[in-house]
Write a protein that binds this ligand. Structure first.
Ligand SMILES: Cc1ncc(COP(=O)(O)O)c(C=O)c1O
Length: 411
């Protein structure tokens, strides 16, 4: 087992101790959450941050704040985690899938435009594997059709799009602090936005619809006097309990202080893989277009070895592992081909994709997003979440040796 002790350090212990010493007085957004919200939003140069217990609940709160109603449509990419589709369904809205660009693997704005209807309410571009989406055409479409854009930056801390930080371009953005992400709080997430009305709506949704929350603060008991009035009415809108625990926020605070190191280390490791593959004609890395900076969550590439050298994905991956590689990660299935989606297993649970909510045609079948379907089975992800460059070098060397083992195709 590789050493994982690099992930957390003394600073985490210091902040966690501070939280524990405080006696955890409040069950609502506490002091450490407020500090993390302020520090994170400051780092991204936006006005508001609202911490959550995951990078999925963040997306749900964003949809609610965007005013997504039963039967509305929300466009997200065909190739991503299931979270985007699930929160859309939980909002009784209809997930609509846009195809991806074959080079960047990110949502293709041309297909987004094709998928917009009079029922479309929001677009969720996902900055896949740390690479920002092509945001300019997406924002132009949003402006033209009056749509809300929610950037899913779970994998993209400090990625840049033409000089702008990913997560600061859309109306709201969501980050995840799940353990494989650039910053880990064990689990957790944060929404950032510059829009006060959206920030307040996100926080209210994530905090049981409390009447006293504001864009800046969720510390409902700071208004203790009013709170203890027997006539006080607490809940003015429907919400969830999506708050981030204070101990997790303490981890997040310490990790945020090292954000530049975490991101630049992954970028350096990404570069090492890219260099190792520079003369390999059958593994094609995710394209980082001019003007983009990837946060390099992972090194993703399309494997064409089956055609080029007659070696299957699985055989290549197995050999890599035999030669001390830690493992090659496959991409998620195309979202609409997951059984829960394809078989509509949510039917009868407020299912929005049947009348009366929705009378359009749902076509979650093979062929819907041909580029995603063609890329997905060939995708390989190599880990950038590694403690040191020396350890990363071992992985890169294992990749070189695997290529050399399979021989002649390397020029
Ligand atoms: C692109 C993307 N969006 C959202 C999420 C959901 O984040 P979480 O696991 O914190 O709920 C993930 C996590 O894997 C992700 O990769």
């Amino acid at each position: 087992m590789t050493d994982k002790s690099w992930r957390f350090g003394q600073e985490e212990l210091m902040y966690v101790k501070e939280v524990l010493d405080s006696g955890l007085g409040a069950s609502t957004y506490g002091t450490m959450n407020t500090r993390l919200e302020k520090a994170f939003s400051k780092r991204f140069g936006v006005r508001y941050g609202i911490t959550h217990n995951s990078g999925t609940s963040t997306l749900h709160s964003c949809l609610a704040a965007a005013g997504v109603q039963p039967g509305d449509e929300v466009i997200s990419p065909a190739l991503t985690v299931i979270s985007n589709a699930f929160v859309t369904l939980h909002q009784n809205a209809v997930p609509v899938f846009a195809d991806i660009d074959p080079e960047t693997f990110n949502m293709d704005p041309v297909d987004v435009e094709r998928k917009i209807t009079s029922r479309t309410k929001a677009i969720m571009p996902v900055h896949l594997y740390g690479l920002p989406c092509d945001m300019a055409p997406i924002m132009a479409l949003a402006e033209k059709h009056d749509l809300i854009v929610i950037e899913d930056a779970a994998q993209c801390f400090l990625g840049e799009y033409h000089g702008r930080l990913a997560g600061t371009i859309g109306h709201m953005a969501s980050f995840s602090f799940e353990n494989t992400k650039h910053l880990s709080a064990g689990d957790g997430g944060i929404v950032i936005t510059d829009d006060e009305r959206l920030a307040e709506a996100v926080r209210a949704f994530a905090c049981m619809g409390y009447s006293v929350v504001s864009a800046e603060s969720g510390q409902v008991r700071s208004k203790a006097f009013a709170f203890q009035d027997p006539n006080f009415k607490r809940h003015t809108s429907l919400g969830w309990q999506y708050r981030m625990p204070e101990v997790a926020a303490a981890l997040g605070m310490a990790q945020l202080e090292r954000i530049d190191m975490y991101v630049s280390k992954r970028q350096a490791i990404w570069k090492m893989y890219a260099e190792a593959l520079s003369d390999c004609p059958y593994i094609r890395p995710q394209l980082v277009p001019e003007g983009y900076k990837s946060a390099c969550w992972t090194f993703a590439a399309v494997y064409d070895g089956e055609e080029a050298i007659g070696v299957s994905w699985m055989d290549f991956a197995q050999k890599f592992q035999e030669i001390s590689g830690e493992g090659i990660y496959a991409a998620w299935s195309v979202v609409y081909l997951e059984p829960v989606m394809a078989e509509r297993k949510f039917y009868g649970r407020g299912c929005p994709v049947e009348p009366p909510y929705y009378n359009g045609e749902i076509n979650w079948k093979p062929g819907l997003c041909p580029v995603a379907e063609s890329i997905q089975p060939r995708l390989m992800q190599f880990k950038c979440n590694i403690g040191t460059l020396e350890e990363a070098r071992q992985q890169v060397d294992a990749l070189r040796q695997t290529i050399e083992y399979f021989g002649a195709a390397v020029h």
